[in-house]
Design a binder for this molecule. Sequence first.
Ligand code: ZN
Length: 390
Amino acid sequence: MLKSAKNAIVLTGQALNLEAGLDDLEVRQTTQQSNDTISSVPLSLRREQAAPTPSYMTIAELFKRGLIKNVITTTIEGLHQRSGIPQQNVFEVFGNCFTEFCLSCKATYRRDYDVTSPLSQSLYLPVPPPSHNSDEKETPVPPPLDGHLTGRTCTAAAKGKSGECGGRLRDMIVHNGDNLTSAFAKALEASQQSDLFICIGDSLSISPICELPVVAKQKRAKLVIINTSPTPLDPVADCTLHLHSMNLAMKLLMNKMDVEIPSFTLRKQVFVGNDFEELVEADRQYFDEQNRYRWTVFVQSPPNTQSSLQSFIESVDFTFPPNSFKQTTITLKHPPFQVTRVGHTPFDVRVDLHVVANSTRNTIHLNHKLALVKGGSAFIANIDLTGLIE
Ligand SMILES: [Zn+2]
């Protein structure tokens, strides 16, 4: 059926995301609306930590082979694009959680963190200056999310005046009662033109998304429904398959076609290094005569990038040679990932990054040779799920 189709399209839904370690979008929205804190949301992964599953990679491979033309999705995490399908071929009818735009100048920002998460405010907004009022013991609380406002402001150049635009940024997610994105119009057009409509992992119970397969069917397209449970459109489908796992369903499909499912490799960059300063006489009185330098070893985002380490690093261990310090291993769970000590000789620092990738946890081992010469030293490491690529 797939090989004879000239204009096949795929509609994907939440079942794919559950297998990617994400929670259900509807559950998430309900929980957010009831003002629960992020910690009470029963999800295993933050959205920026999720990676394309075998189901996503199967769809990407079919696209690459020209067997499907476009993908309509109710998911908002951009995993189809990350699996390799170009943005213009993915119609995200509920929006994308990594995009925000300015209400004033309409500038759009692609982030590598979930712009809708209250967590993204505390994680990624600049830290407010400490309060000078000693009576004020309360920690600063990020401003509440006002509907779609993300709490950030526009940094684009202001039109007609100097400085930044400063307009309020808004997410692009469709909630209940919101107007649909322009992607829905494209999805509707693609549905009308399709000759094969394949639904994968969607309950087909949310209007108007569930109307798309019906539109396709009316235009004489064949309808295939693959889902974890029966859907209201099963009676009109040409073929249905119910399996508890979409990944398994895709594996069966690809086996039948004798095509291998490509694996997804998550690549990230980190900047590892150290800087130092020579202690002046005034400092030396506090330290042993041998300790001539105060050095800082760090793991940072590569210079001039906006990437956030917290999107994939859960913690960093710095391990120093035995007997060099009281505490040989220091574990940091939040940025800045850096340790400052005093000393006089260089040595190797072992850096273990505990990362989340492809929905699994992994540890990446790096080594940094402490440099106590002008400028210190640093390097960019390209890391992937399986280890280090120099
Ligand atoms: Zn703006």
